[in-house]
Design a protein around this ligand. Structure first.
Ligand code: F6P
Length: 354
């Protein structure tokens, strides 16, 4: 009997821990069932442009501590609409030529939607969740989030010393798209005074009141603002709209907008730092290395058990599986009654509410 042949790709934005998953999926499949693993380059683009390479034991040895992804990735390509057409038939035909028994797709919500579409089109697929945004349904802590929280926390700690020294209001803008998990958790970890989230519309007057009160008492204010935060009755701050992308709206710039609104109303100098891709880069934390290994091994188990059309889930501290259809097109944002919000309010953190 011929050995199983599995394709493996990373899709969407990179996140710390992807290489740990690549390593765990590959080693588990080779070790436990002698499978052949084919690495697909640059996510869905590699399926369209027919770019694959064999991943052997040696190829994935020693990569668990590395940031980025060994395979490359793309977050501008959907096989459903690339260059004005649907590529699903081509991809399924290519997978047959390669004699693939199935595909493991590591990615965020966009990649899970692609995985679901490919699975229903005839390329059997298993999903592995990752994103620093932590916004995938049925995943309470996604791969890359732990490292990103540590990076943002360190940045907030660092700007605090400048805020203290100069008596300034220091704003730090985080990623996270329409979910506030990253800003909330890092803001709490770094004792930010104000945390602005996409889930809670803010009022400039409320932010001004906190800054004035702190200027009188403590000289400085640290504000952690998520890129998706917006004022009550106002709009998202959009950096660019890139037509043809699965996610055409690129957020960014809300911190500078806030500087221009706050500065005329405050005596303290107001400054912004935008963290950008620093949050996605670098070596994964020990937690993300372990999580990457666990979810990678779980994905290999789903493949061996033939649980196609499922994604590895993480709920109540336990790794499990959910149908891709239960994940595709859904986003997990911070609920209004989340204990972290309640705790932050209880210790006097402002969310910019009136
Ligand atoms: O989804 C991850 C993420 O880093 C978001 O937080 C951010 O809005 C987006 O990707 C940025 O994507 P790009 O690197 O394509 O600009």
């Amino acid at each position: 009997m011929r050995s199983m042949r599995i394709g493996l790709l990373t899709g969407g934005g990179d996140a710390p821990g992807l290489n740990a998953v690549i390593r765990a999926v590959t080693k588990s499949l080779i070790h436990q069932c002698g499978a052949e693993v084919l690495g697909i380059e640059d996510g869905a683009l590699g399926l369209i442009e027919r770019r694959v390479r064999t991943l052997g034991w040696q190829d994935v040895s020693g990569i668990g501590a590395l940031g980025g992804t060994l395979l490359g990735t793309s977050n501008r390509v959907s096989p459903l609409s690339y260059q004005g057409r649907d590529w699903r038939d081509d991809i399924v035909a290519y997978a047959r030529e390669l004699r693939l028994d199935g595909l493991v797709a590591i990615g965020g919500d966009g990649t899970m939607a692609i995985a679901d579409a490919l699975d229903r089109h005839g390329l059997r697929t298993v999903g592995v969740p990752k994103t620093i945004d932590n916004d995938i349904a049925h995943v309470e802590r996604s791969l890359g989030f732990d490292t990103a929280v540590a990076t943002v926390t360190e940045a907030l700690d660092r700007v605090q010393t400048t805020g203290q020294s100069h008596g300034r209001v220091m704003l730090v803008e985080t990623m996270g798209r329409n979910a506030g998990w990253l800003a909330l958790e890092a803001g709490l970890a770094a004792s930010a005074d104000i945390i602005l989230l996409p889930e809670i519309d803010h009022e400039i007057e409320a932010i001004v009141a906190v800054c004035r009160e702190r200027a009188a008492r403590q000289r400085f204010t640290v504000v952690c603002v998520a890129e998706g935060a917006k004022p009550r009755g106002g709009q998202l701050t959009v950096q660019a709209v890139e037509a043809g992308r699965p996610e055409p709206v690129r957020l960014g710039g809300v911190a500078e907008v806030l500087v221009s609104q706050l500065q005329p109303l405050l005596q303290s100098e107001v400054r912004a730092t935008v963290l950008g891709h620093v949050q996605r880069g670098g070596a994964p934390s020990p937690g993300d290395r372990v999580l990457g290994t666990l979810v990678g091994n779980a994905a290999a188990r789903l493949v061996r058990e033939g649980a196609w059309g499922h994604m590895v889930s993480l709920e109540q501290g336990r790794i499990g599986q959910v149908p891709l259809t239960a994940v595709a097109g859904r986003t997990r944002t911070v609920p209004a009654d989340h204990p972290m919000l309640q705790c932050a309010r209880a210790i006097g953190v402002s969310f910019g509410e009136a």
